[in-house]
Design a binder for this molecule. Structure first.
Ligand code: IPM
Ligand code: MN
Length: 376
C-alpha cells in the first residue's frame, strides 16, 4: 500500500453516533479507524448524521425520507446505537435501524463470535481457540418484514398475526454468501474448525451449519433446507451440517468449538447472536455488520444505547472498534482491519481488567488510546 498522501484513496463514511453511549463508542471507533487509515495510507472522510432519539423528539421524524438515497452515496455507514428512554420502543428501531437495513438491502447481518485472549467467558473451561465462529444472519426477511396485523383489537376475540415470509431469492443469496464466507475463512491460517479427521481426509476445509426448525416450521425451513443442499453442491470443500435453533443454543454453550460458520434466518439470528455475544464476553466486545455485498454496508456494535452509562466515559468501546475493523475489511482494507483486531487482542489480553462498563480499569477514551498506541 502506497503511503503517498496525494494519491491516497479516500472513502466517504456516513457516521451515525445515535443515542446514549453511541457517540462515546463511535468517537473511539473513529479514532482507531482514522489511525489505521493513516498507517495504511488511505483516507476516511467522515460525515456526521444526527439520526436518533434526540432528533426524533425534536422533529417527530425518525429518518428523513431522503436518508436512504443519501446513504447510498457513501462507501459505508458507521453506527453507534439507536434507542432512547423517552421514545416508545419500536419507533427508532424500526424507523432508523431496520429501515436503513431494508432500504439499503443489507441482506446479511454478519456477527463474529470470537473470544479474545484475556476475556472472561461464562462458558466454563472454554478458551479463545474454542470460541471463534461467525453467524450469518439473514437480515431483510422473515418475521421482520412478514405481513401481519391485528383485528378486533381490545376485545376478548382480538387476533394478532405476524408471518415469517421468505422467498427463494432471499434465502439463496444469503446461503451463497455463507458458503463463500466459509470457503474464504479457510484459505487462511486456522483451518479445520469443527471437522473430524474423516472430514479432512474427504477434503473438507470448513463447516457451515444451517440453523433452522425443520421439525415445526415445515414450510419456511423446507425452503431453506432444500436451497441449502442445492447450493452446497457448488461448494464441495464445505462440510454441511444442520441444527435446530433450540439445539444450536445448547451447542453454542456446551460445544462452541463445533461451530465454524452458522447461517440462519433473521429472528433466529437475532436471538442466537445475543447468546453468542455473552459467550464472547458480552456486549462490550460484540461487533456486527449489516452487509450489502454490492451496495452500502452499515457497521454497528451489537449492544444498545446503554442509557445509564451515557456521558460517563465508562462504556467499553471495543465492540464499536471491532465493528470499525469490519468496516475497513469490507472496504477492501483487510490489512488495516486485521491490524486493529490484533491490537484489540493485545489490549484485552494485557490491559483491561474486565470488559464491563466501569470495570475496565480504564476510561472509554483511554481504551481507544490503548488500541491506537498498540497499532503504532
Ligand atoms: C439487533 C437488534 C435489532 C434487531 C433491534 C434493535 C431492532 O436487536 O440488531 O440485533 O432486532 O435486529
Ligand atoms: Mn438483537
Amino acid at each position: 500500500m502506497k503511503k503517498s498522501a496525494a494519491r491516497a484513496k479516500t472513502y466517504k463514511i456516513a457516521v451515525i453516533p445515535g443515542d446514549g453511549t453511541g457517540p462515546e463508542v463511535i468517537r473511539e471507533g473513529l479514532k482507531v479507524v482514522q489511525a489505521a487509515a493513516g498507517k495504511y495510507g488511505f483516507k476516511l472522510d467522515a460525515h456526521m448524521y444526527d439520526f436518533g432519539g434526540a432528533r426524533y423528539l425534536a422533529t417527530h421524524e425518525a429518518l428523513p425520507d431522503s436518508a436512504a438515497a443519501e446513504m447510498k452515496t457513501f462507501d459505508a455507514i458507521y453506527l453507534g446505537a439507536i434507542g432512547h428512554p423517552d421514545v416508545k420502543p419500536g419507533i427508532l428501531e424500526k424507523g432508523i435501524l431496520l429501515r436503513l437495513r431494508f432500504e439499503l438491502d443489507q441482506y446479511i447481518n454478519l456477527r463474529p463470535v470470537k473470544l479474545y485472549p484475556g476475556v472472561e467467558t461464562p462458558l466454563a473451561g472454554k478458551k479463545p481457540e474454542d470460541i471463534d465462529y461467525v453467524v450469518v444472519r439473514e437480515n431483510t426477511g422473515g418475521l421482520y418484514t412478514g405481513v401481519g396485523g391485528i383485528s378486533m383489537k381490545g376485545t376478548p376475540h382480538e387476533v394478532a398475526i405476524q408471518e415469517m415470509v421468505y422467498n427463494r431469492f432471499q434465502v439463496e443469496r444469503c446461503l451463497r454468501y455463507a458458503f463463500e464466507l466459509t470457503r474464504a475463512r479457510h484459505s487462511k491460517a486456522a483451518p479445520w474448525r469443527g471437522l473430524s479427521e474423516a472430514d479432512r481426509k474427504a477434503g473438507k476445509t470448513g463447516k457451515l451449519t444451517l440453523c433452522g426448525k425443520t421439525n415445526v416450521l415445515t414450510f419456511v425451513f423446507d425452503l431453506w433446507e432444500r436451497a441449502f443442499y442445492e447450493v452446497a453442491k457448488e461448494y464441495p470443500e464445505v462440510k454441511t451440517d444442520y441444527a435446530h435453533v433450540d439445539a444450536t443454543c445448547m451447542w453454542m454453550v456446551k460445544n462452541p468449538e463445533w461451530f465454524d460458520v452458522i447461517v440462519t434466518e433473521n429472528m433466529f439470528g437475532d436471538i442466537i447472536t445475543d447468546l453468542g455475544a455473552i459467550c464472547q464476553g458480552g456486549m462490550g466486545i460484540a461487533a456486527g455488520g449489516n452487509i450489502n455485498p454490492s451496495g452500502v454496508s452499515m457497521f454497528e456494535p451489537i449492544g444498545g444505547s446503554a442509557p445509564k452509562y451515557t456521558g460517563l466515559n465508562v462504556i467499553n468501546p471495543l465492540a464499536a472498534i471491532c465493528s470499525g475493523a469490519m468496516l475497513l475489511r469490507e472496504l477492501g482494507q483487510a490489512e488495516a482491519g486485521d491490524d486493529i483486531e490484533t491490537a484489540v487482542a493485545y489490549v484485552t489480553a494485557k490491559k483491561l481488567k474486565s470488559l464491563g462498563a466501569g470495570k475496565m480499569g480504564y476510561s472509554t477514551s483511554e481504551v481507544g488510546d490503548l488500541v491506537v498506541a498498540q497499532m503504532a
